[in-house]
Structure formats: structure tokens, C-alpha cells
Ligand binder design. Sequence first.
Ligand code: HEC
Length: 400
Amino acid sequence: MRRHQGWKALLALAGIAAAGPAVTGGTEARQPRQVTFSADVAPILYEHCIACHREGEMGPMPLTSFREARPWARAIRSAVVAMDMPPWGATSDAGVIANDASLTPREISTIVNWVNAGAPEGDSRAMPPLPAVGPRWKMGTPDLVLSMAEPFDIAAEPRSVYGDFPLPTSFAEDKYIRAAEVQPGNRDVTHHANVYVNDESGSHRVASFSPGTGAKSYPPGVAKLLPKGAVLNLDMHYNPKGRATRDPGTAVALQFTNEPVRQIAITAQSGSNAIDIPPGEAHWELAGKPFVFEEDSHILSFTPRMNERGQRFRYHLVYPDGRHTTVLNVYKWRHDWVFTYVMENPIAAPKGSRLETHAVWDNSASNKANPDPTARVKFGPEIMNGYFEYVLSGQNLTGK
Ligand code: HEC
């Protein structure tokens, strides 16, 4: 687990660029040893990259060996310096994000130093063993697996193909789940997958898959309620890269709680539909409708959503006394990655606190993801969903 502020990484890099090569730290700092692939870079790639950049996964090229990684050295350097890879782009001032995928400034500088030194292999005997492909379900044994009713043929589009699949649960009673996980049927072309449950209060996300992210699970005693008769909706985003292919069946696994449920995870949001972005506008801002906590609460996680023109998304918690904290700052929005940012320690939101959101869009031609800079963009093509999950601090359903 790692955590850092994006700007700190950049400052660290600027410092390193000025100070010249090889910062190996500690006692070695005065006599820098050459940074090599085998000893220094492979461990970073194995930990942070190969979940996607390995055979059969969705990354465009494997990065499991020197031979595979060497031709990409410069591209790797720019991707990590720009913090485009691994995809993440967020920080919190309210504590550690438990599933933070970003590299530390030190890891970034190791990669930069390696590339600047000519990307040497070093002693191949220093290579760490290639991590085994993980177990089928990261959550452990599921209690229930729901799959798409039939295979889905994916058209040969150059970029995105979307699919929506209902997964009826047919539970005779309310169920509490402690973990949920998505298993793509065709990992090679699955960009991401989301699972929602629809009930009278709206649509709540239950689980998601992007490569590298595992099961979503709740703290002990906390569970998500799946009401009797609930229908899960599986929302798939494929990237078939111009080739017709098929998804033989994406599956969703659930684990039910086997301990008394103390608190129910509640999904809520602060967002807005009042989107109206002029053509070509490079910086358009909007505040979401604030959410007021009517009881002492704890925030578990955040799931912001925007589309292609999104740039930044922030959540601020404003305490009853007026103090405020940026509880999530997505400083680099990428519409094609949807992350749930899970706090290692839930954030206390005392009664009367307000959660406010703030989004920024770029509808200019310099936004490479923008499909049409000449369009006036309203709600629909763009969205602003500031989902989050929280529990009521005083709730105790166990009766103890
Ligand atoms: C969650 C999956 C995932 C992880 C983790 C990940 N990548 Fe990627 N990477 C991708 C995908 C998908 C692309 C294709 C472009 C895109 O969607 O951004 C990509 C593109 C790239 C590219 C650009 C390739 C090109 O065609 O120019 C580089 C370089 C890269 N990744 C390096 C890395 C490195 C280095 C790491 C680890 C530090 C890493 N990636 C971690 C999924 C991932």
C-alpha cells in the first residue's frame, strides 16, 4: 500500500532531475550504484504493472521480462512521470486510500534513472521470480456466482463496445454481502465492468472490475444489503481493438456475511445534472448538490463518475464548525477507468457535516479524449455523479 500526493512526486522528480542520476538512498547515496532492470525495475513492474501488462490481460503489451520491457523503456518513463500508469490519479487529505495503485516518488525516480542510464539489464540472476497468476477469485471462495445468461458477441470496433446484462438474483429474502467481485469472461478485451443493484432508492454500485483491482469488501461488521428479488445489472465496457470477438460469460461472485451485521453500507451521492459546457471551453466547473449528514457517520469510499470531457473531481467534507478537508482529489480523471477509492480508515463525518463535490471539464480540442470539441455538452453525454458509501456511526443491528 502506498500513498503520496501527486505534486510531491513531481517535486521529487524535479529534484532528481536537477541532482543528476541514481538516487539509491541510505548509505549508498554517495556512491550511486547503477540502476538495473533485474535488481530495481522488475520488482516495481511485477508489483504495479503486470496485473495488466502480462499475457492474456488487457494491457497493450506484456512487461514481464527485460526483453519485453526494454523496447518500451521511454514510453514507460513518460507514462510513470505523467502518472498515467498505473491508472489511478487521486489523493486524499483524510488518510490513506487502501487500494491506492500509484507509484511512490521513489519508484518513479528508480524507473526514470534506469531509462536515463540507457535501460541496462544488469545481472539477470538478480531477477525476482515472476509472480504466479492469482487465484480465480481474490475474495476466497464465493457463496454465489451469477453469470451472463449467454455469450456476448463483441463487434470489431476500434475502441469501445458497451453491454448491459441483467443478473436476476431470485433471493427469497434480503441478503447481506460482505464482498463482491467481477470475473471477466474475456480479460483480453475487458476494459472494465460494473455491477449495480437497482432498488427503489436508485442504482447502487456493488462491485467492479478493472484489471489490477480485486474484490470489493467491507470492514468487519459492515455489509451491503441486497433486497429480496433484487436484480443486479452488469455493465460491461469492452475494448476489442478492431477485432470481432466474444465474451463467453462474465461472472459476478458474492460472499454473504457470516457474522452479525452491525452496520449497513449506504450509497449516496453529491452530483449535478446542470451541465452545460460551451463548445471548445477548456475549463468548465460545476459544484454538486451538497449531501448533508443527518447523523454521525463514517465515509467508507468514493466512486466519482464523469465521461470523456471530465478532468478533475474533488470531494470536500465541510464540518459543522466550518473547517473543511479535501477527502478525495481526483486530479487526473480518465473516463475509461472507473475506480472506487476505498479509505483504509473510514472518515468521520459528524452530524451536520456537508459533503460537497466539484468537477472540472475540458471541452477543447486539446483534450485528447474529447469526441467533439464543437459540441455544446449537456447532461447525458456528460455526467457528474459523486457516489460515496457511508455507515451510520451509531448503528448497531447486532442487538449487542
Ligand atoms: C489497470 C491496468 C494497468 C496497469 C496496472 C498498468 N497499465 Fe499500462 N496500460 C494499460 C492499458 C489498458 C493501456 C492502453 C492505453 C490506456 O488505456 O491507457 C496501457 C498503456 C501503457 C503504456 C503506453 C503504451 C503505448 O502504446 O504507448 C505504457 C508505457 C504503460 N502502460 C506502462 C505501464 C507501467 C510501467 C505500469 C506500472 C508502473 C502500468 N502500465 C500499469 C493498463 C495498465
